[in-house]
Each structure stands twice: as C-alpha cells, then as structure tokens.
Design a protein around this ligand. Structure first.
Ligand code: G3H
Ligand code: 13P
Ligand code: ZN
Length: 311
C-alpha cells in the first residue's frame, strides 16, 4: 500500500464517532514507536511533519522513514505537513510526496486567509493532495512563533461555511480553547473547552471533518518520571482525556499530538540515564525512548481516539 490521503480515514471516522491521531515525527525512533503501536492495534495513522522537523531531519529523510513505516506495517498512513505558513512550503511538500498539507493562515486577516488557502487548495487538488485550513488562533508555541493568550481567539462559527466554500479545503482546524505545548491551562483552574463552538461549527458544516490542534494531555505519569529523574517541569497541564473522547465522538476527526510524544521520549531517556549512568550507546537509551512512545500511542489509540481495529 502507498502512503494514503486522509479522505477515506475521515469519512469513516466521522461516521464511526472516533478520531485519527496525527502524531508529529522528527526522527526514526519516533516514527517507529508510533507505527509499531498502531500496528499492534490495527489503527490508521497520520504522521505529520512541521517546518521545524523538516529543518531538523530534512524532508527526504522524513518521507523515506514514513514510506518505510508503510512498507513495514501495511497500515493506511497519511503524510501531512503541519502548520504550513505559506504557499511555497505547501507546494514543496505536495511536490515532495506528502498526501496532505495544512496551510495555516490563521494569523492573517479573514480575506488573506481565504486567498492563500484557496491558492494551496488549487495546487494540491491538482496533484491529488488534500488540504487542512485553520480559522481561529491557538495560544502557545509552534516553531519559533509564540502566540500569547491575548492574541489567541476562538473560531467564529458564523465564518466557517463561507471559509470552506470559498477555499475548497478538505478539513478545518478550529480554536476552542486548546493550545500548543505542555502548559495549556492555568494551575488551580479547571480546564475548559468551548464544546458549544464545536457543536455550532458541526451544525453549519454537516459531515465535514474538524481538526483539533494542541491536544496533548500532558500525562502526569511522564511529567513525574521526568521530574523524578532530574527534570524541572512545573505546572504542566494538558487537555483532559475525557474531553478528547467527547470531541472525537463529535465532528473532530483528527487530533494532533506532539508534546505528549516529547514528554514520553524524554521520560524514558532520563530514567534510563539515571539508572545506567555508565551507558553511552545511543541504541540503549533511544530504545527506551521508543518503547515509551509505543506505550503512549497505544494507550491514546485504544483509550482516547477509538481508532483501534479501523485500519
Ligand atoms: O504545533 C506545533 C507542533 O508541536 C510542532 O512543533 O514546530 O516545534 O516542530 P515544532
Ligand atoms: P500539542 O502541543 O498539544 O501536542 O499540539 C500539537 C499540535 O497541535 C501540532 O500541530
Ligand atoms: Zn498545531
């Protein structure tokens, strides 16, 4: 099976009331940990690559790793550009074998966002590639861009139909209170998401796949292991898993997870070095990092996303 688009995955996920995990990949061990977990529970996958990942690992290494994951597992896997900032990076990924791209025009004016998203859609669709757009702005850190709480904004449901119609996008990321990174909610407050916005968006776009960014749960187990082994993560709070299950049962078909992978891998490696300070073979500590990612992703697929058995 070649790398696939997300079209069929999203149709099935929408009807089935579950979501596909979109996991950020930066190196071989991360790709392997995620795909081994998905293979164990027979789940479709989206592996996504940010501009930072392309800079770190190079485009060709990441595409070849994802091709290898497909060859190794036979799973339906989509290769997606995460947060494409402009037409050029989207074109480069379409030309370079990706099956899906995100054009993130969320920091632009409504009209500029429509214009650039439409431009990407025309090019991508001509090449059989699907496109994710974004309306509304998430707080947090992506690459080197930091969006403050004051500059973040919820998606306005009254804008979504016009945006989808005028751009032709295949899926839409919306802002309902999640944010990027490990520090999502203020300590001592109860995490809340605007499910009323999600509901209204779904009512205006029946059957249309919605995407949730900033959806790591910042699982206390991994934070605790990091801190017990010399780390310093204070007040790291993520999206509660029951909220993700609820979103997946609604119109959300794609749930983006990066920070949880980073935490799991770091926890494994820190613990390993604490227990074996004499080790210096990268295969020893990276094996543990990869094992922790496999364990995390399997738990996400089975207990949060509900995409097990759907490959
Ligand atoms: O949304 C951002 C993702 O977590 C990717 O992060 O741009 O640092 O690779 P990155
Ligand atoms: P997290 O930082 O919550 O993992 O979000 C990742 C993401 O949205 C990637 O686009
Ligand atoms: Zn994101």
């Amino acid at each position: 099976m070649p790398i696939v688009t997300t079209t069929e995955m999203f149709e099935k996920a929408y009807k089935g009331g579950y979501a596909i995990g979109a996991f950020n990949v930066n190196n071989m061990e991360i790709v392997q940990g995620i795909t081994e977990a998905a293979a164990e529970v027979n789940s479709p996958l989206i592996l996504q690559v940010s501009a930072g990942a392309r800079k770190y690992a190079k485009h060709v290494y990441l595409t070849k790793l994802v091709e290898a994951a497909v060859a190794d597992t036979g799973l339906p896997i989509a290769l997606h550009l995460d947060h494409g900032a402009d037409f050029e990076i989207c074109k480069s990924c379409v030309d370079g074998g990706f099956t899906s791209v995100m054009i993130d025009g969320s920091s632009r004016s409504f009209e500029d966002n429509i214009a650039v998203t439409h431009q990407v859609v025309e090019y991508a669709h001509d090449h059989g590639v699907v496109v994710e757009g974004e309306l509304g702005r998430l707080e947090g850190v992506e690459d080197d861009v930091v969006v403050s709480a004051e500059d973040s904004s919820y998606t306005r449901p009254e804008d979504v139909q016009e945006f989808v119609e005028r751009t032709g996008v295949d899926s839409l990321a919306i802002a309902i209170g999640t944010s990027h990174g490990a520090y999502k909610f203020k300590p001592g407050t109860k995490p809340q998401l605007r499910f009323d916005i999600l509901e209204e968006v779904a009512r205006r776009l029946p059957g249309f796949p919605i995407v949730l960014h900033g959806a790591s749960s910042v699982i206390p187990k991994y934070v605790d292991i990091i801190n017990a082994n010399g780390g310093k993560l204070v007040d790291a709070i993520g999206v509660p898993e029951d909220m993700l299950r609820k979103a997946a049962s609604m119109a959300v078909c794609k749930i983006n997870i990066d920070s949880d992978l980073r935490l799991a891998m770091t926890a494994g490696i820190r613990q390993h070095f604490n227990e074996h300070p004499e080790h210096f073979d990268p295969r020893q500590y990276l094996t543990v990092g990869r094992d922790y990612i496999r364990e995390l992703v399997k738990d996400k697929i089975v207990n949060v996303l509900g995409s097990d058995g759907k490959a």
